[in-house]
Design a protein around this ligand. Structure first.
Ligand code: SAH
Ligand code: ZN
Ligand code: ZN
Ligand code: ZN
Ligand code: ZN
Length: 458
């Protein structure tokens, strides 16, 4: 539960936004405890509070909804229980582990994976899936990279899965190894988890281990109960109950809690406040059993998220800083590496480790700024006025003396708004006049002087 301090903060925020997360409660949604939200109309102080599913912001995916002060009828409760039952996975994690054991004993010719059900099939089950598409001859290598076998979930609001490009995944692993970590708590990073587990099973002197926490239960088919926990990172809910929580706690606290790092790559539509609250609970779990020594330390963490969430993340984790490294994805057309001619990825690493320790690859153009004491993108110039390498997106930013800060290269100072903005923004105070001619009564787009002069002077 969030403190009353954040409740007041949330109430403040209500004046600006309509939907606001207050705190987590226990309810009967199939994805674990629901969150309490507040619905307000703009300007109204008091909103009506309701519970909704924490993982699915789209009502199509999970229809759980209830006004806080609402009385729920017996029939509706029964209907809800039925709905939840139908959404429970067909096999339990334990059953899936047992099935996997049998599956690997099969000769290659009998190893099938149903693409429709996203499930490994045992021969006795073939018939039930006879009109489904399936893959045959599932090799050990395929079993070791389930993220390639499973199709990425694509639902935009809830469960979008963007898988790391090999280059980025390898970079993360090398970094983790170079920093001396031995255990990785992979929260929503199945691909990082799988390269670690795969190496651990193949290379004798590879010492790193990983525990995957993810809401995608399909992974329970490939990992034992000490390798994967079905987990909802929006409400810190372990579907496997106390036993699963204990698995996680033990993993974090092994070897006196030393040499462990948490790496997370949440869906970007996720609520930062809900995520931060869960991550703090994971950090607290690590701190609990930590013995002597690092009293005031935080569990090391990489939170992978777009740069435009920087201020939000820093609000909850003031000790974090944002690294310039651009994280690339396989199945995200927009977020591929800049050098391949695509747009540059906006996704960065936020960490509570000392920035100078995060060495970024020189071959990819990153360099060390001795003044900032961190690695920065090649295009990121140190601004002498700001005394920092100010670019967030990798392009060279320019300093605006009026704003007293560096801004994107495509922006320029708007005297109406009294700040820098894109040339075609609509001014905040239209009464202050048009951005082009300065006269009142119209916006820049409708400026008569523009239409007369044509577009050339834009
Ligand atoms: N780049 C990562 C994948 C990130 S996609 C990689 O390649 O390993 C986001 C991940 O978070 C997915 O694996 C998705 O299943 C998981 N996820 C989405 N919502 C979640 C939730 N509420 N709780 C836990 N995991 C979640
Ligand atoms: Zn099937
Ligand atoms: Zn610098
Ligand atoms: Zn500057
Ligand atoms: Zn400016």
């Amino acid at each position: 539960m969030l403190s009353s301090g954040s409740l007041t903060l949330a109430a403040e925020a209500l004046k600006q936004i309509c939907w606001c997360l207050l705190y987590v409660i226990v309810c009967v949604c199939p994805l674990g405890p629901a969150l309490l939200f507040v619905k307000t109309s703009r300007g109204k102080e008091e909103g009506r509070r309701f519970y909704a599913c924490s993982a699915c912001r789209d009502r199509k995916d999970c229809n759980f909804f209830q006004w806080e002060d609402e009385k729920v009828s017996e029939t509706r409760l029964a209907a809800r229980e039925e709905y939840n039952r139908n959404r429970q996975p067909f096999f339990t994690h334990r059953q899936n582990v047992e099935r996997y054991r049998n599956f690997v004993l099969l000769p290659l010719s009998k190893r099938r994976f149903c693409q429709e059900c996203q499930q490994l099939l045992l021969p006795a089950e073939w018939e039930k899936h006879s009109d489904h598409q399936f893959l045959c001859d599932i090799s050990t290598a395929q079993l070791k990279s389930p993220s390639q076998l499973l199709y990425p979930l694509e639902n935009k609001k809830t469960n979008a899965q963007y898988l790391f490009a090999d280059r980025s995944c390898q970079f993360l692993l090398d970094l983790i190894i170079d920093l001396g970590f031995r255990r990785v708590l992979s929260v929503g990073t199945p691909r990082l988890h799988e390269i670690i587990q795969s190496k651990a099973s193949q290379e004798e002197d590879f010492r790193v281990r990983s525990l995957l926490l993810d809401i995608d239960f399909r992974y329970s088919q490939f990992y034992a109960e000490d390798e994967f926990c079905h987990y909802n990172m929006f409400n810190h809910y372990f579907f496997g109950g106390e036993a699963a929580r204990e698995t996680c706690r033990k993993f974090l606290c092994q070897d006196n809690g030393e040499r462990v790092i948490m790496v997370t790559d949440p869906p970007f539509g996720g609520l930062v406040e809900a995520l931060a609250s869960s991550f703090k609970k994971l950090m607290a779990m690590w701190k609990e059993t930590e013995k002597e020594g690092h009293n005031n330390q935080e569990m090391p963490m990489f939170w992978i998220f777009p740069y435009f969430f920087e201020s939000r993340i820093l609000e909850f984790f003031p000790s974090f800083s944002m690294m310039d490294y651009q994280v690339d994805y396989d199945n995200h057309a927009l977020y591929k590496h800049g050098k391949t001619g695509r747009r540059q990825s906006p996704v960065r690493i936020f960490t509570n480790l000392t920035p100078s320790m995060i060495v970024l690859p020189v071959e990819e153009g990153y360099r060390f700024c001795a003044l900032c004491e961190r690695y920065v993108s090649s295009g990121n110039q140190h601004c002498e006025i700001c005394n920092s390498c100010t670019s967030k997106d990798g392009r060279r930013w320019k300093h605006c003396v009026l704003c007293k800060k560096c801004v994107k290269p495509s922006w320029f100072h708007c005297s109406n708004c009294n700040r820098c903005a894109l040339p075609n923004h609509s001014c905040e105070r239209t009464d202050a006049g048009c951005f082009v001619c300065g006269r009142a009564g119209h916006k820049r787009s409708a400026c008569p002087s523009l239409s007369r002069a044509g577009t050339a002077c834009q």
